[in-house]
Unconditional design. Structure first.
Length: 73
């Protein structure tokens, strides 16, 4: 967590935003996320929940790489 605090200084300790481009980071998104109509994620702290639709999430991560690396259990 100390390393995350250095990379995300405006976020609560342990909160990792899903929009890496804002921090100069690359983003990798599993293709299963691309199929979701609605997404929810932390808003930089552990108390705020952000809701976006799939198209909005894609616009937030335009340079993201996509791949299949998760498995449903």
């Amino acid at each position: 967590e100390p390393e995350a605090a250095e990379v995300f200084p405006d976020c609560a300790l342990g909160a990792v935003p899903p929009v890496g481009a804002c921090y100069g980071l690359g983003v990798i998104i599993d293709t299963s996320i691309d199929q979701q109509q609605e997404l929810y994620f932390e808003g930089g702290d552990h108390a705020t929940l952000v809701h976006v639709n799939g198209a909005e999430f894609a616009r937030l991560n335009p340079q993201a790489q996509h791949g299949s690396f998760s498995a449903r259990i």
